[in-house]
Design a protein around this ligand. Structure first.
Ligand code: M6R
Length: 617
C-alpha cells in the first residue's frame, strides 16, 4: 500500500523539506512499494523526481540531479494498482501547467470517466494511473485557494483516497484529504507534517492529529486547519503517539501479523472495489480472455500452495455451486508431476500472494504448454506469475509482510468469488438478481470482520491459557474444512505446535483415535440456517469428541444456542451466507495462533525456517 509524506517548514528555502520527506519514505518502506517520488515547492516553482524500484533508485537520481532548496515537500512510495510500476506512473503527478503536484493512496474508481472528460477538454494525460486526473482537476479548480480546489475535486471522486497536493503559488502550504484511507497530521514547532501513518514523521514529533473521513486539512508552518467537504470547520482531535519508531511501522500493533489481521476489513473491501458497473454488473476488465473462451471452459483447476491453496479449496465450493463447472484444487508442486488432464477447455487459476512462488509458477508454465488458459489471482503487482499468465485478477490486500498469510487469504477468497460470479454471469448459470444478492452479502463482510476483531478478547484469552499445549486439532465440514486446515497451518507456522485440520465427517474414520483427555479441538460449525442439516451433523461431532475428553473450542454463528451445552469455549461470528462464512470463521483462528505465538515469546512475523515467498521448487 502506498506511503505518503508531506512537510511544510520555515519559509527560508532549505534542504529540510527533502530530508524530512525522504526520511519518512524510508520509514514507510515496510508497507511495500514498487516506485517512489518527491515534489518540492521552491521559489522558482515545483520540481519533482521519481523512480521505479526501491528508494535507493530515487536517492541515486537525487545524487545525480540534486533538487533546489524548498519550503514544502510531498513524497510517495507507490504500490501499483493502475498502471505498471514505471518512472512515468510513479507519483507525484503534475498538472499540465506544472503548477500542482499530487500524491495518492487508494483507488479512484471513476477515473475512466474523469480521464475522458479531461481528454475531451484537451488535456493530455501522461501516465496510466488513476491519480493523474486529480492533478489536472485541481489545476482547473484552483482559483487562488488550494483548500477550496481540493474540496471541489474530492467531492467528484469515487473510491478510496488519501491525497496530498502542493501548488507553486503557495510555498507555505500543503493540503491533504482522505476518504476511506488514512492520513495523520504531525505537529511540530514552526513546521508540520502529514503521513499515511505516524511512521512517516515519528522521528520528528509524537504530537499528532487524526483526520476524519471526508475532511480536508491545510498545513502551513504555523497552523493546521481542518474543514469538511462543504467547508465547515472541524475541531481537531489531538493526541500523543506513545509508540517507539519501530512499533509505529507496524501501525502500533505488536507484530505485522497482528496488524495484517486487523487490515482484513480493508483487504476485502478494496478487493471488491471498482469491479461493478453502475448497473451493478460485475466488470472484471483485467480478465482479458475472450468471453467465448470462458463460455466453453469445461473444467477449472486451481493451482496454489499453502494458504493460497486453502483459499482455492474454499472457492471450489462456491464456483461449482454458482457455475456448475467442476473445480479441482491441486497443490502446485503436485500438479505437473501427475500428468494432469489439461486442454484448451481448461481454465487454470493460479492463486498466489507474492506472485513469485516457484511451484505455482512452474504449474502455470506447464498448464500453458498444455493449451490451458491461465488466470492468476495475485496480490503483488509486477510479479512473475501474472506476467506469465493469460490474465490476472489482482487482490488489493496491500503488502503482506508477516510470513504467515492472513489478509491475503481473505482477499484471495474474495477475488475467487468475484471470478465465480463473473463466470456465472457470463454463462447464465445464475440470474442477475441472485448474483446481486451475493454481491450485497459480500459487501457486508468487511463490517462483519470488524465485529469479529472487536470481539476477539475471549480468543486471545484462550490462546494465552493454552500456550503450552502440545497439539491442537481443527475440524470443519463443507467450506469449514479448508478453514480448519488453514487454522492448523497458522498454528504450526508461527507457534510450532503440532496441529491438524480434518473434515469433521472423517472423524470416525480415524482421527477420533487422537482424542484423549484435555485435547484441544477447534470446531468450525456451519450456520444452523444452512442447507442439508450439516449443522446438526457437526454438533453431533462436538458431542462425540467431548464425550471422549476433548476440550472443545467452537466457532459458531451468533445466536447458535445448540452448541452451548457442548462447548468449553465458544467464539461467535456474525451471520452471513453459508458460502461466505469462511471469511469470518477463519479470523478467530488467525488471532488464536498469533496470540499464542506471542505468549510463547516467539517471533510472530519471522518464524523459523520459513520465508515469505518460496522462490525455489
Ligand atoms: O505467495 P504465495 O501465496 O504463492 O505463497 C504460498 C505459500 O507459500 C504461503 O501461503 C504460505 O503457506 C504461508 N506462509 C502461509 O501462511
Amino acid at each position: 500500500m502506498c506511503g505518503i509524506v508531506g512537510y511544510v517548514g520555515p519559509q527560508t528555502p532549505g534542504s529540510r523539506p527533502l530530508e524530512v520527506v525522504m526520511g519518512g519514505l524510508a520509514r514507510l518502506e515496510y508497507r511495500g512499494y514498487d516506485s517512489a517520488g518527491v515534489a518540492l515547492v521552491t521559489p522558482h516553482g515545483l520540481v519533482s523526481a521519481k523512480k521505479a524500484g526501491k528508494l535507493a533508485n530515487l536517492v541515486a537520481e537525487l545524487d545525480r540531479e540534486p533538487l533546489p532548496a524548498a519550503t514544502a515537500a510531498i513524497g510517495h512510495t507507490r504500490w501499483a494498482t493502475h498502471g505498471a510500476p514505471t518512472d512515468r506512473n510513479a507519483h507525484p503527478h503534475l498538472s499540465a501547467d506544472q503548477r500542482v503536484a499530487v500524491i495518492h493512496n487508494g483507488i479512484i474508481e471513476n477515473f475512466v470517466q474523469l480521464r475522458a472528460e479531461l481528454t475531451e477538454s484537451g488535456v493530455q494525460l501522461l501516465s496510466d494511473t488513476d491519480t493523474e486526473v486529480v492533478a489536472h482537476l485541481l489545476a482547473r479548480a484552483y482559483d487562488g485557494d488550494l483548500t477550496t480546489a481540493m474540496r471541489t475535486v474530492a467531492r467528484r471522486l469515487h473510491g478510496t483516497f488519501t491525497l496530498l497536493a502542493v501548488h507553486a503559488d503557495a510555498p507555505d502550504t500543503v493540503v491533504g484529504t482522505r476518504h476511506d484511507s488514512p492520513l495523520v497530521v504531525g505537529l511540530g514547532e514552526g513546521e508540520n507534517f502529514l503521513g499515511s501513518d505516524v511512521a512517516a514523521f515519528i522521528a520528528h514529533t509524537r504530537e499528532a492529529m487524526e483526520l476524519g473521513q471526508d475532511q480536508v486539512v491545510t498545513l502551513t508552518p504555523s497552523s493546521v486547519e481542518i474543514v469538511d467537504f462543504d467547508g465547515n470547520p472541524i475541531a481537531p482531535k489531538r493526541y500523543t503517539v506513545d509508540w517507539d519508531a519501530s512499533a509505529a511501522e507496524k501501525g502500533g500493533f505488536r507484530s505485522f501479523m497482528d496488524k495484517e489481521i486487523h487490515d482484513q476489513p480493508h483487504a476485502v473491501a478494496d478487493t471488491l472495489l471498482g469491479r461493478l458497473d453502475p448497473a451493478g454488473r460485475l466488470v472484471l476488465d483485467e480478465i482479458r480472455v475472450d468471453e467465448a473462451v470462458l463460455r466453453q471452459i469445461d473444467k477449472i483447476i486451481v493451482v496454489a500452495c499453502g494458504t493460497a491453496a486453502y483459499a482455492g479449496q474454499v472457492a471450489k465450493y462456491a464456483i461449482e455451486h454458482w457455475c456448475r463447472i467442476p473445480v479441482e484444487v491441486e497443490l502446485a508442486h503436485e500438479f505437473r508431476y501427475r500428468d494432469p488432464i489439461v486442454n484448451g477447455k481448461t481454465l487454470v487459476v493460479a492463486v498466489s500472494q507474492s506472485g513469485e512462488t516457484m511451484d505455482t509458477l512452474m504449474a502455470v508454465r506447464h498448464a500453458r504448454e498444455q493449451g490451458a488458459t491461465v488466470l492468476a489471482i495475485v496480490n503483488t503487482h509486477g510479479s512473475t506469475i501474472p506476467r506469465e499468465s493469460d490474465a490476472v485478477l489482482y487482490t488489493h490486500a496491500g503488502p503482506e509482510v508477516a510470513v504467515a498469510s492472513t489478509k491475503a487469504f481473505l482477499a484471495q477468497i474474495t477475488a475467487a468469488y468475484l471470478l465465480g460470479l463473473y463466470l456465472a454471469q457470463l454463462r447464465g448459470t445464475k440470474f442477475p438478481d441472485e448474483i446481486a444478492e451475493i454481491l450485497d452479502d459480500l459487501r457486508e463482510i468487511p463490517d462483519k470482520i470488524q465485529e469479529v476483531l472487536d470481539a476477539a478478547g475471549p480468543v486471545r484469552h484462550a490462546a494465552v491459557e493454552m500456550k503450552d499445549v502440545p497439539s491442537v486439532l481443527f475440524l470443519g465440514r463443507h467450506v469449514g474444512f479448508p478453514v480448519a486446515m488453514e487454522g492448523a497451518l497458522k498454528l504450526k507456522e508461527i507457534a510450532y505446535i503440532h496441529a491438524e485440520g480434518f473434515a469433521a465427517g472423517e472423524l470416525k474414520h480415524g482421527p477420533i483415535a487422537l482424542i484423549e483427555e484435555g485435547q484441544p479441538v477447534f470446531i468450525i460449525v456451519p450456520s444452523p440456517h444452512g442447507r442439508d442439516s450439516l449443522h446438526s451433523k457437526v454438533v453431533s461431532n462436538i458431542q462425540e469428541i467431548r464425550a471422549r475428553g476433548a476440550r472443545t473450542l467452537v466457532v459458531a454463528e451468533e445466536g447458535d444456542l445448540d452448541v452451548l451445552p457442548f462447548a468449553d469455549r465458544v467464539f461467535f461470528v456474525p451471520r452471513t451466507a453459508s458460502l461466505l462464512a469462511p471469511l469470518l470463521a477463519v479470523v478467530p483462528l488467525q488471532i488464536f495462533a498469533c496470540e499464542l505465538a506471542a505468549a510463547k515469546g516467539l517471533d510472530v512475523d519471522q518464524p523459523r525456517n520459513l520465508a515469505k515467498s518460496v522462490t525455489v521448487e
